[in-house]
Design a protein around this ligand. Sequence first.
Ligand SMILES: Nc1ncnc2c1ncn2[C@@H]1O[C@H](COP(=O)(O)OP(=O)(O)OP(=O)(O)O)[C@@H](O)[C@H]1O
Ligand SMILES: Nc1nc2c(ncn2[C@@H]2O[C@H](COP(=O)(O)O)[C@@H](O)[C@H]2O)c(=O)[nH]1
Length: 194
Amino acid sequence: MKKGKIIILSGPSGSGKTTISQYLLSKIPKLKLSISCTTRTIRNNEKNGKDYYFISTNKFFSKIEKNHFLEWEEVYPNIYYGTLKNEISKIWNKCQHVLFDVDVKGGLSLKKKYPYDTLSIFIMVNSLKILKKRLFLRNYENLSQINIRLNKAKMEWEYARLFDIRLLNLNLDQTKKKVIKLVYNFTKNKSYCI
Ligand SMILES: Nc1ncnc2c1ncn2[C@@H]1O[C@H](COP(=O)(O)OP(=O)(O)OP(=O)(O)O)[C@@H](O)[C@H]1O
Ligand SMILES: Nc1nc2c(ncn2[C@@H]2O[C@H](COP(=O)(O)O)[C@@H](O)[C@H]2O)c(=O)[nH]1
């Protein structure tokens, strides 16, 4: 199989992974998002097959049984997310690089599976207060769902040191400059496609 590189973005909910992913995808044409499966309900601004493959819990479990996932997690209670094996092969076969936007456990298990040619980036902020404010302003979740995400963030911070890079996302323009430099330098090597 042809092989591009792998960029993993992980970090607490609200840290800015999706915002940063979209920016990177718009700037680096050879970088493609690995579209995950999820059982959560679709949001108004999302498109099935572009942001996620939105599937039922039954279908998700049947994919687990058929061994279709590289990794999967119950990221929030009764809400499942999984990386499809054929996403990565589809992208690599076109000689492109794969971008993963996955939770912290998923990010670490992907890095373990693909230790070489993989850059894992932990997107962080320096207080729960900032995360809370961002999640409120984003207005996708209710208070109890936001609290679940904030509680999980406390645990996720413990894993930040296991990532190749920790990127503090406070000023978005500065973050964009840093992240594009990192990813561009990591993917620019011409011999990536073997
Ligand atoms: N540096 C920043 N300063 C202020 N707001 C930001 C910054 N980065 C992202 N945001 C905003 O914070 C909110 C959360 O960002 P985003 O949805 O990208 O987070 P996420 O890490 O992908 O969350 P989730 O894991 O829940 O999908 C969004 O409304 C986004 O516009
Ligand atoms: N382990 C995995 N985590 C994933 C995958 N796809 C997305 N995610 C993460 O789930 C949360 C939820 O995000 P939201 O879209 O519901 O706000 C976030 O941390 C994503 O990074 C996956 O395939 N595997």
